[in-house]
Design a protein around this ligand. Structure first.
Ligand code: HEM
Length: 402
């Protein structure tokens, strides 16, 4: 089962910069292929990537990083995370979190998010004044989701600048080929984040508010079950991290895609009713999260291969989203595309809890960018970050004209 050359060469910067041609070539060969370098199977097609996420024999099986004393906090915030659990533990925790989420938090925020998006765009327009390129990534794409998830959870304004550096350091652990320095920084960030949230949760326990953290502190299901202290802290960290790491990159990747397709940008500007389908299409066209792993709990036949018990298989979401068996003209950006069964929010029991919130944020972001400008132009060649799993830009210089 050796596959040479590798079906996806992540050591090649050109592949990381634009993996879509490599995905197309791999899809044309076989839906599932072994990657010797990564030591796992890769599922390239929509059907097989979806099956990886849905098949209950392919689980999210968390294994603590070794040595335990070096990764104490990093392990704690994964061992207790719903993202790393399987039923029945997952079912129990997901029910509690969904109950807290269902208290109208997302709809309550919609007008607030729209107003914030408008303010951020106005600030960018002022700084750009129709001639100066400004970085939309730091000036808006990063700002908005962090502010929204912090508001939702009730993190005090003064503490919000702490969140993104902690989160960025932790998620670097999900990439391949990490250095020791990256691992140490992730553990440090996890320890600080845990300590911070233990204090904040204690405060909310003493004096509850109307925020999601207060509701998570007090939530009980119909059997009287509730979150443990470690589950509570972990859930907050997961929501804070997951709540912006992907959204940032849909805004960045998506705006770049529109700037490179001026006809589609003009079409959306002329018809803002297309915003909902446009957001789905931008998530499909350049997915912010490319790869999710599962481990086989027994031998599983998938895409013509057997994933042996204990082996790993990864769903490649960006590849699935360009599968010509499901999407006509998959490499064409079409802001009105319907139907659009893109799988950037995942599938199965782990389907993204934050999808409704992310859609509110992204529609507000692109809505404000178009409603408050008459022109948007790329100001310089944007640089991509060199990571594969979390796919995004380092900066996106744009000239905005009122
Ligand atoms: C465009 C933005 C987003 C994308 C593309 C995205 C994508 C995903 C994906 C693919 C998964 C499933 C991972 C897997 O199956 O292994 C997931 C799970 C999750 N997401 Fe999101 N997400 C986004 C925004 C958000 C937001 C805003 C929040 C928080 C409010 C959030 C919270 C979560 C949580 C808690 C899970 C774990 C669910 C579970 O394990 O049952 N996400 N997300």
């Amino acid at each position: 089962m050796t596959g040479t050359p590798p079906p996806l060469d992540l050591a090649d910067p050109a592949v990381v910069a634009d993996p879509y041609p490599a995905f197309a070539a791999a899809r044309a060969q076989a839906p599932v292929q072994w990657h010797e370098g990564l030591g796992l199977w890769l599922a390239f097609t929509h059907a097989e990537a979806g099956a990886v996420l849905r098949d209950r024999r392919l689980g999210r099986i968390w294994r603590d990083r070794e040595p335990a004393e070096r990764f104490g906090s990093f392990n704690l915030i994964h061992r207790n995370a719903i993202l790393e659990m399987e039923p029945p533990d997952h079912t129990r925790l997901r029910r509690l979190i969904s109950t807290a989420f269902a208290r109208g938090h997302v709809e309550r925020l919609r007008p607030w998010v729209q107003e914030l998006a408008g303010q951020l765009v106005d600030g960018l327009v002022e700084r750009s004044a129709g001639s100066q390129p400004v970085d939309v990534l730091s000036g808006m794409a990063e700002e908005l989701p962090v502010a929204v998830i912090a508001e939702l959870l009730g993190v005090p304004g003064a503490d919000r600048p702490l969140l993104r550096p902690w989160s960025n350091a932790i998620v670097k652990m999900y990439e391949y080929g990490r250095t020791t320095a990256v691992e140490d920084a992730a553990e440090r960030a996890a320890a600080e984040f845990v300590a911070y949230l233990r204090d904040l949760a204690a405060e909310r326990r003493r004096a509850p508010g109307e925020d999601l953290l207060s509701h998570l502190v007090s939530v009980r299901d119909s059997h009287g079950d509730r979150l443990t202290e470690d589950e509570l802290v972990t859930t907050c960290i997961l929501l804070l991290n997951a709540g912006h790491e992907a959204t940032v990159n849909v805004s960045g990747n998506g705006l770049l895609a529109l700037l490179r397709h001026p006809d589609e940008l003009a079409r959306l500007r002329a018809d803002p009713d297309l915003l909902p389908t446009a957001v789905e299409e931008l998530m499909r066209y350049d997915s912010p999260l490319q790869l999710f792993e599962r481990t086989a709990t027994e031998d599983v036949e998938i895409g013509g291969v057997t994933v042996a018990r204990g082996q790993k298989i990864a769903a490649l979401l960006g590849s699935a989203n360009r599968d010509p068996a499901v999407f006509s003209a998959p490499d064409t950006l079409d802001v009105g595309r319907t139907p659009n069964p893109q799988i950037s929010f995942g599938a199965g029991v782990h389907f993204c809890i934050g999808a409704p919130l992310a859609r509110v944020e992204l529609q507000a972001t692109f809505g404000a960018l178009l409603a408050r400008t008459s022109r948007l132009d790329l100001g310089a060649t944007p640089h991509r970050r060199p990571e594969f799993v979390i796919r995004g830009l380092a900066e996106l210089p744009v000239v905005l004209t009122r």
